[in-house]
Unconditional design. Structure first.
Length: 596
């Protein structure tokens, strides 16, 4: 096998010089700087004590035509000779502290890393008010590394501490002064600390780089294909990467008076955006091919890299990404999810379902000119179906790519609509609702929830079901609204046959916690329900309700009439049938909206 890497050592100073000259680029392969300041403190402490601080992994990339560096604005090199694959956080920490530079944190905000040092105690600490005010401490060791006169820096520190001690009637001894000078000099000499380096050759494929990364970092996070795609963006279209990061960041918090990507359904990551733009812009679900595509691989020539192809594909990317990041399209799409009854991210087990559905929404809007209402109803049906059958879990990429390949041959909205309906109808047959959904792949399971349960809750929202046992006639959907009942969840899952009661009959937890034994009720009502048999507590709850009101409540919440007097096993069987019927009722309502 051809040698694809070599081992060497470099000093911290050599690495910093490489960054300043532009020979070593930092395309942020491992995302923004996410270390806590305490970890940076520990890094300097380990170096001071002569402990190893790990490897750096560099990848030669002589063909890169644009650089992303963490150094100064002017460089000796027109392009970086290497990029950092592993060790970004360590090297960014060293560079930021020793050069006095700010970093970008996980919220994409600039911040300074302040590390304090006490020479007499030979101790590092994260800078805070006490170390800033205490003359025994160098508040920010960046001042030590950036001074032009180390002799004067040390002398000034000693003199200031001497004066402080004298004002308190204390003495700074000659021995202490010698210790201070030695330790400050030792910190300054950390620039000569050597690090082992893996130099990966330019001819290594990304699969090789990922494999080396995993083997060197057995306990670390493996590199993903979206990491490589983000690297390409950093190198060839940094503005695009910044827009992706901005959209992702803004999804995490609301901004007063401004419409952003923030919502109640999902928090967006850069990987999510990459998935959408690859599917929408390039009809690709496999990110591996997305990376090769943006790199300029000619698939007709066994993947040979073509610079012209790379430029053409980045032009497509520049055209399509603004559609993906359009906040108005984003919120139109989210309304379609909510129209499908999924009013909370808690009901959506697969984030992929959100983002690949978003790609379909954008395809319908921009490629087939679907109106807002047409697109919303199509997407609502698709999302309900995809979530119910767990379409986007497991090995789903080949399925998605087959869908995208079929869609890209279409020219009209009617063809696209026919595609959606045919896929949905093919899977959601009467047998699915009458047999499959009642089994172990559907509602006959134990646990906190699955896609079948979530579809049932979505169905309650679609069909405007009222909360079971509620005295206020509130809809289930009402209690998904933000802020209801403060921080406590308004809706709670309640055992219809109470846990304590079933335990007294000898049932195990796996039987007690069956999905069919759960119902959503208002938590205020839940507090009042005792651990008695249903035959005892249900008549009390129903006091004041007419027979018609009771039957309506039972029908809306998939309860068989007379359920409170049923044997538990019979109740589970009958309730699953009614829950499946409610799921089917909501599905047919969504499908009618598309057909009409």
């Amino acid at each position: 096998m051809q040698q694809i890497f070599s081992n060497t050592t470099l000093t911290v100073n050599q690495l910093i010089d490489k960054i300043d000259m532009g020979a070593l680029g930092l395309p942020e392969l491992q995302r923004p700087f996410i270390w806590k300041d305490s970890k940076v403190r520990d890094l300097f402490d380990s170096m001071m004590r002569g402990y190893p601080i790990g490897y750096l992994m560099l990848w030669e990339c002589p063909t890169l035509s644009k650089k992303k560096t963490i150094g100064v604005d002017e460089h000796s090199y027109d392009m970086p000779k290497e990029v950092i694959i592993d060790g970004q956080q360590r090297l960014t920490s060293l560079y930021a502290v020793m050069k006095g530079k700010k970093v970008i944190n996980s919220n994409f905000d600039e911040k300074a890393i302040i590390i304090s040092y006490c020479p007499l105690e030979d101790k590092f600490e994260v800078g805070y008010t006490a170390t800033k005010k205490d003359p025994e401490w160098i508040y920010n060791i960046s001042d030590l590394f950036t001074t032009n006169n180390m002799f004067k820096f040390t002398g000034d520190f000693i003199q200031h501490l001497h004066d402080y001690r004298a004002a308190k009637g204390e003495e700074l001894t000659d021995a202490e002064q010698a210790v201070i000078a030695d330790h400050i000099n030792a910190v300054a000499n950390l620039k000569t600390h050597t690090l082992p380096v893996f130099d990966i050759k330019a001819n290594a494929e990304e699969e090789d780089v990922s494999e080396i990364f995993v083997r060197v970092n057995s306990g670390g996070v493996s590199l993903k294909q979206n990491d490589f795609i983000l690297t390409l963006l950093s190198l060839y279209w940094d503005d695009g990467r910044r827009e992706i990061e901005r959209f992702s960041k803004e999804s995490t918090f609301p901004q007063k008076g401004k419409t952003t990507s923030y919502n109640q359904i999902t928090t967006v990551s850069a990987q999510d955006i990459i998935r959408v733009v690859m599917a929408y812009g390039f009809d690709r679900a496999r990110l591996k091919y997305g990376y090769k595509l943006l790199r300029g691989a000619d698939f007709d020539k066994r993947g040979a890299v073509d610079e012209d192809l790379r430029i053409q594909r980045f032009e497509i990317l520049k055209e399509k990404l603004p559609d993906v990041l359009n906040v108005h399209s984003w919120h139109e799409f989210l309304k379609a999810i909510m129209n499908a009854g999924y009013l909370s991210g808690d009901l959506i087990l697969s984030g992929n379902a959100i983002y690949y559905s978003y790609a379909l929404y954008l395809i319908a809007k921009h490629r087939f000119n679907a109106s807002y209402n047409e697109n919303m109803h199509l997407l609502s049906l698709w999302f309900y179906y995809a979530s119910l059958v767990s379409l986007y879990t497991g090995s789903f990429e080949s399925t998605v790519e087959n869908h995208l390949n079929s869609i890209k041959t279409m020219t009209t909205l009617e063809e696209y609509k026919s595609f959606i309906l045919s896929r949905v109808n093919e899977r959601l047959t009467n047998d699915y609702f009458d047999i499959t959904l009642l089994g172990s792949e559907g509602l006959a399971v134990s646990g906190k929830g699955n896609n079948a349960w979530n579809a049932y809750v979505a169905a309650l929202n679609i069909t405007n079901a009222k909360i079971l046992f509620s005295k206020s006639n509130l809809l289930v959907s009402k209690l998904f609204e933000v802020g209801t009942d403060g921080n406590r969840k308004s809706l709670e899952k309640h055992h219809l046959f109470p846990k304590a009661y079933l335990k007294s009959l000898g049932y195990p937890d796996s039987k007690i916690n069956q999905m069919a034994n759960y119902a959503l009720i208002d938590w205020k009502d839940n507090m009042d329900i005792l651990d008695e048999a249903p035959a005892k507590y249900y008549p009390i709850i129903c006091e004041g309700k007419t027979a018609d009101e009771i039957q309506c409540m039972e029908a809306e919440n998939a309860l068989p009439h007379g359920w409170e007097n049923m044997a538990y096993e019979d109740f589970l069987t009958e309730r699953r049938k009614l829950m499946a019927a409610r799921i089917k009722m909501a599905f047919e309502q969504l499908r009618r909206n598309v057909i009409v």
